[in-house]
Design a protein around this ligand. Structure first.
Ligand code: X8Z
Ligand code: ZN
Length: 687
């Protein structure tokens, strides 16, 4: 299951993925099951119909297992997935008889998409297919349920990812952060065995389909030969690496200022001190890295938390509770009510019972009000994001979106909190699943998720097999393009930033805020799949999983653990997309593409001036251009879609570098006299 939705379209395969030599007896039987005399065009029309018809059942099963993690929901999700993957294998087997036959270009493309449509290619052997879906469901469930528990008996306390992330976000205590970071990573240890079996099974599925391994299948989704993808992404990485190195250098100086010698590990950044569990987004280090404290007043997180508190106080006041000490006033109120109901002076025993009941009632009442306030805040944040899209002329989200989405982490059950966007039926039942907390990270993530939904809604009129991103990087880039347009002026207009902030200091602050989210991400966006490609092609063996992981973290991100992480750990499993099996190169591409889209939309909106000052909020011309691109879905190679949008058919980090030019100049000045860069080989990840 991808965090977006069912693993339908990875993207197009124009590469050399042949299907020769794949075909078990079962698959042959399935191929024969297709109607006699069926043409390729009729075949694709049938697959589109059958696919759309079975789709809601699978998404419902997946939705339930992600929002109610338990044995029953997992069994049903695994079974639904099994049925779907069996059917997919059958369609793929059936498609083989059309090889070399005349068909429309659209049909040829749809067949190519079909073969690449699952990032979890399943073996033909039914027992292995069933094992694969069980493991996949179990890995995702284990991640969602993951908790770090400490203490014994009464003092036992378990914290899930959200709470551990809170520590990294807010604490600047070295040991507390280390404990939270190590604690979360301990959750992944039991996944190691299952993951290595998972890799074997999807590789078998890929080979059954004619691919060398699953990495090659993933890399076949980019309308270019799979062998070109590594070089193409390296090219883009080399464009942006100098900027990342400057940011890395600046961050390291600040960490050393804060933590002394422990602020670096042989020139690398300590993994637990970056304000983020995976060091993929350094926004939470704003307090340490802010160039000019206060300039431009961009503390969006605090502004959102203040709004959330105001909402809570409003509800407390409406419930006639004291806003300073709501629990005590709720308990007093409950006691008084119960006493009145009792109707006589209580005995000692009755008084004690009343007190106990009043205590429980107060706890429940205050928690309920908090929950209602949190829900109202989460929905208000989402409505704010929707407003950006509608300001561009896009439709409002359907009513069902608001009633069926998951906005909060439920108090009484485990869910997969990792944010995701879902198209449940290809005809308007779109949802997001998040555990929203008021803060900048979640606020921008909502804009990101709605980008997925607007893409879904725009391409829903396409045939099902074309309902996907031009490539998966496009899908990830839509909401982020909007995030780039959330300029300080926009944030001020919605009450989340103060002051005037037009001067140089405010500009550098605004740039730093964006860079901490977007530039810090770039090497992380690459390294995850560099690791998985290695796992799938066998160059990274299970007994070196962790060593290879930290080697890549060092090489790309310049990040190191504070203490050695040997093979008893499985640190890759602590990142959602590994147990969740979501390919990750898409996010790297998205971080390049979003600046290209942004520039194109700014041009369409008639923006002159520096790129980083542009917001196209409210601009219908930009909106139409965006919507037109979204509507194409996966119906043509992404190069054509990109050309329609930007005039160029190549991914290019030029717009990203143009955007960050002021910051890059500023960072160079700050880093003068420092020895920037790092030696990956000096890191000692394993003893
Ligand atoms: O997984 C996501 C989205 C859902 S597609 C929340 N992202 C990546 C991550 O969290 O690791 C968005 C940015 C990168
Ligand atoms: Zn996404």
């Amino acid at each position: 299951m991808t965090p977006r939705r069912l693993p339908l379209v990875l993207s197009v395969c124009l590469g050399a993925a042949t299907l020769a030599g794949c075909g078990s007896d079962d698959a042959k039987k399935e191929a024969e099951a297709s109607p006699k005399g069926e043409t390729a065009d009729a075949f694709i029309a049938r697959v589109n119909d059958e696919y759309k018809a079975m789709y809601p059942e699978i998404t419902s099963a997946q939705w339930l297992s992600a929002t109610y993690i338990n044995d029953d929901s997992q069994r049903i999700a695994a079974k639904a997935n099994e049925r779907y993957l069996t059917q997919l294998n059958a369609w793929i087997a059936q498609s083989r008889k059309f090889e070399g036959q005349k068909m429309t270009p659209a049909t040829a493309r749809a067949i190519a998409l079909l073969k690449l449509s699952s990032s979890m290619p399943a073996p033909h052997d039914p027992a292995k297919l069933s094992e694969l879906t069980r493991i996949a469901t179990s890995l995702e469930g284990a991640y969602g349920e993951g908790a770090y528990c400490t203490g014994e008996g009464e003092a036992r306390r378990c914290r899930q990812l959200g709470e551990l992330e809170d520590v990294l976000r807010s604490s600047r205590d070295y040991d507390q952060q280390l404990d939270a970071w190590q604690g979360w990573h301990s959750v992944a240890i039991p996944m190691r065995q299952e993951y290595s079996r998972f890799a074997e099974l999807v590789n078998e599925g890929s080979r059954d389909m004619g691919f060398a391994d699953t990495g090659e299948l993933w890399r076949s989704g980019y309308d270019m030969a799979p062998g070109e993808v590594a070089a193409e992404t390296d090219r883009l990485w080399n464009q942006v690496k100098p900027l990342y190195e400057q940011l890395h250098c600046y961050a390291r100086t600040k960490l050393v200022a804060q933590y002394g010698a422990r602020g670096q590990v042989d020139g690398l950044l300590p993994a637990h001190l970056m304000g983020n569990m995976w060091q993929q987004d350094w926004s939470n280090l704003w307090d340490l890295l802010q160039p000019y404290p206060g300039a431009g007043s961009l503390d969006i997180g605090s502004a959102l938390r203040t709004q959330a508190d105001a909402e809570y106080e409003k509800l407390l006041t409406a419930a006639k509770l004291d806003t300073q000490d709501p629990f005590e006033s709720a308990r007093d109120g409950a006691y008084a009510t119960q006493l009145k109901q009792l109707g006589h002076a209580p005995s000692d025993e009755e008084r004690e019972a009343l007190s106990r009941r009043a205590y429980d009632t107060a706890i429940a009442q205050v928690a309920d009000l908090r929950q209602r306030a949190d829900l109202a805040t989460a929905k208000a944040m989402t409505a704010r994001a929707q407003d950006f899209y509608t300001s561009l002329g896009m439709p409002k989200l359907p009513e069902s979106y608001w009633s069926k989405s998951q906005f909060l982490k439920p108090r009484d059950r485990n869910v997969v909190c990792h944010a995701s966007a879902w198209d449940m039926n290809m005809e308007g039942d779109v949802r997001t699943k998040m555990c929203i907390a008021p803060g900048e990270e979640d606020f921008t993530t909502i804009y990101h998720e709605l980008g997925h939904l607007y893409y879904d809604l725009a391409y829903n009129p396409q045939p099902p097999l074309f309902q996907g991103g031009a490539n998966d990087g496009f899908h990830e880039a839509i909401g982020d393009t909007i995030v780039l347009a959330m300029t300080p002026d926009y944030l001020r207009s919605i009450g989340l930033a103060q002051g005037e902030g037009q001067d140089q200091q405010a500009l550098v602050n605004a740039q730093m805020r964006m860079a901490l989210a977007k530039v810090s991400f770039l090497p992380f966006g690459l390294m995850i799949d560099r690791w998985r490609w290695g796992v799938f092609d066998g160059s990274i063996k299970p007994d070196h999983y962790n060593q290879a992981w930290w080697q890549l973290k060092a090489q790309y991100q310049g990040v190191a653990p504070a203490s050695p992480r040997d093979e008893t750990f499985f640190d890759a499993g602590a990142k959602y997309h590994v147990p969740g099996n979501t390919p990750y190169t898409r996010y790297f591409m998205a971080h390049i593409l979003q600046f290209q889209f942004y520039k194109a939309l700014c041009d369409a909106a008639g923006h002159t001036g520096p790129l980083n000052q542009c917001s196209f909020y409210g601009n219908k011309v930009a909106g139409q251009k965006f919507w037109a691109m979204l509507g194409k879905g996966a119906s043509q190679p992404w190069q054509a879609t990109l050309k329609g949008m930007t005039g160029s058919d190549r991914m290019d980090a030029g717009p990203l570098l143009e955007y960050f030019a002021p910051l890059q100049g500023w960072l160079k000045q700050q880093n003068e006299g420092q020895r920037c860069g790092w030696q990956a080989s000096t890191a000692k990840p394993t003893p």
